[in-house]
Design a protein around this ligand. Structure first.
Ligand code: CA
Length: 219
């Protein structure tokens, strides 16, 4: 597994990375919540300490959940029930109280990773909405039988919206996925590409704007 360990305490962080590596996993250590938010992609699971130098781990978790469903196991010195409940409600998949027992922690990580994999059902590779047909495999879009040439970014927008047709996708999710950054000013680029995409498709109502949130594929 590829794991990220977000932990500012060198003793705990180094020990975890060492233990994960010794068991054949790849583990990257991060010290700050901000480090995770800009580099959360590509991991099978995240181990997240709550007491971080730049932000409360629960805040980091909330921001992460705006853009990613990656399994998160909270590592906390706070054994009080309230912190744990807040963590689980905030989108954590599980928690382990410090000091962690490595075998238990790994078992919990494997468990949440397995659940996440089971929840991901492969979507159909061809999606048709009215006379718009999207072949995700071939990266082709046809409107009324005519192929519409899209730029890479425009196609990536379609792809992101089609991951869950009919479900709202936030601007942060789109920016994170397509530009790799949900938290810096690429907002304008998103508007430009969305405008271009809509003009090319020429099907008003196919992509619905959800004011103050984002977009949805379909009415
Ligand atoms: Ca800490």
């Amino acid at each position: 597994m590829r794991l990220a360990v977000v932990e500012d305490d060198d003793g705990v962080g180094d020990a975890l990375v060492e233990a994960f590596t010794a068991r054949g996993h790849h583990a990257d250590r991060m010290r700050r919540g901000a480090d995770l938010l800009i580099a959360h992609r590509g991991y099978d699971a995240i181990v997240l300490d709550l007491g971080l130098p730049d932000a409360d781990g629960l805040t980091v978790l909330r921001q992460l959940r705006e853009v990613s469903a990656v399994p998160v196991v909270i590592l906390t010195a706070r054994s009080d029930e309230r912190s744990i409940v807040r963590g689980l409600r905030g989108g954590a998949d599980d928690y382990v109280v410090k000091p962690p027992r490595i075998v238990e922690l790994l078992a919990r990580i494997e468990n949440v990773t397995r659940r996440a994999a089971a929840a991901t059902t492969p979507s159909s590779r061809v999606v048709a909405s009215g006379d718009v047909r999207v072949d995700l495999e071939a990266r082709r879009v046809e409107v009324a039988g005519v192929e519409i040439p899209l730029t890479t970014k425009e196609f990536e927008l379609v792809e992101a919206l089609l991951e869950r047709p009919g479900a709202a996708v936030s601007r942060q999710q789109l920016m994170d996925r397509i530009w790799g950054d949900a938290f810096v000013a690429v907002s304008r680029s998103l508007d430009v590409h969305m405008t271009g995409l809509r003009a090319k498709l020429d099907r008003p109502g196919l992509i619905t704007t959800i004011r103050g949130y984002g977009y949805r594929w379909g009415e």
